[in-house]
Design a protein around this ligand. Structure first.
Ligand code: 13P
Ligand code: SF4
Length: 357
């Protein structure tokens, strides 16, 4: 990256000292990660956002829903800044609050809402988290989805009973967790399509379902294919396949390991030298892993999958702009969640933070 910009980022951070706390998600570019005080997966960053209550400014290098969650979980005196407001998440955009409210009304009309608990993936707008809090549900991330689902089913008579979970908005994480970790069957899972009347489901299908999965997916992870796993197994003897749980069920079923970004890093860090890996997650992280662990052979699962374009929007020029503005006494791109929405969303986030483990 541009040496002039690196120098400016260093100088601005030094000038701000303890007044700024920079958080970086594992999918961020190297040039940005270099300036992060803390790096992590979504769960770790949600927990760590409140770790420096004395810092008036939190610069969040990640995507919009993460910055919103940081705003909700930190004090009113702290300001969360997203260096580029266009850093959204296509999956989070697949669930709009009006669609989710409509879905819930239909569940009420079908008489199943009373035995349904919403579990919402962190990758969602604050309004969806607020909906979740209002209806007694919890947020989850890819690192605690199993515990969150266990908790949710406990609220409605246990996983062996007849209660249901409405899982928003990633159908793959919901299905992978329910089937692979809780022992539900694929037939127990139905997909609610917000673009079809009644979600595209009959009343009977809704009554029988245990997992009502929102029809959302990640535009990056959804593209990893069974074919790519099979090719890697053919071409690389002894290869270990590790993927993120946002990948399709069929892909996860063929993998050796599955986990959040943090778990992927820890698993590779703990493996013996000479291990061959193909990794099915975002490319910035896979490239960094290959550099960090040169005694292992680490490659990207699928040639034609690319970076998460919105994560990549946070680059060094945007970070320098945000930091230098603060030095000059100007706050650019603050993320401020409406207080009513924030209070309800916080209830759902706190429930997640209180889950065991
Ligand atoms: P992690 O929670 O594993 O960091 O994943 C976040 C994300 O956006 C994955 O696409
Ligand atoms: Fe959203 Fe997928 Fe990008 Fe994660 S990788 S931020 S889920 S689009």
């Amino acid at each position: 990256s541009d040496p002039g910009l690196v120098e400016r980022a260093r100088a601005a951070k030094a000038a701000l000292g303890d007044r700024v706390f920079v958080l970086g998600h594992h999918y961020q570019r190297d040039e940005v990660i270099e300036f992060a005080d803390v790096t992590g997966d979504s769960f770790k960053l949600a927990r760590d956002a409140a770790a420096r209550p004395d810092a008036p400014y939190i610069v969040f290098c990640g995507v919009h829903f993460m910055a919103e969650s940081a705003d909700i979980l930190t004090s009113d005196e702290q300001t969360v800044i997203l260096p580029d407001l266009a850093a959204g998440c296509s999956m989070a955009d697949m669930a709009a609050i009006a669609q989710v409210e409509d879905c819930w009304e239909q569940l009420e009309a079908a008489g199943v809402a009373g035995q349904t608990v919403p579990v919402t993936y962190m990758n969602s707008a604050a309004a969806i988290k607020a909906f979740t809090g209002r209806h007694g549900g919890t947020i989850c991330t890819s690192s605690n989805a199993r515990t969150a689902l266990d908790w949710a089913f406990e609220q409605v008579g246990g996983v062996d009973g007849t209660g249901k979970v409405l899982f928003l908005p990633d159908q793959h994480l919901g299905r992978n967790t329910a089937v692979r970790e809780l022992g539900l069957s694929l037939e127990d899972c139905v997909v609610w399509d917000p673009h079809r009347p009644n979600g595209g489901l009959t009343r009977e299908a809704l009554e029988q379902a245990r997992m009502i999965l929102w029809r959302g997916h990640c535009s990056v992870h959804g593209r990893f294919s069974v074919d790519a796993v099979e090719t890697a197994r053919r071409e690389i003897p002894g290869v270990k396949v590790i993927v993120h749980p946002e990948c399709q069920y069929e892909v996860v079923e063929l993998a050796d390991e599955v986990g959040s970004t943090e778990k992927i890093i820890q698993t590779i860090a703990a493996a013996p030298a000479g291990t061959s890996w193909v990794v099915g997650t975002e490319l910035n992280l896979v490239r960094r892993l290959a550099q960090q662990f040169p005694d292992q052979r680490i490659s990207f699962l699928e040639k034609n999958v690319c970076y998460c374009s919105t994560m990549n929007r946070i680059d060094l020029p945007h970070l320098v702009w945000a930091l230098e503005s603060l030095v000059e006494g100007r706050v650019v791109n603050p993320i401020r969640v409406d207080p009513t929405v924030a209070a309800e969303a916080r209830a759902a986030l706190d429930r997640m933070l209180a889950l065991p483990g």
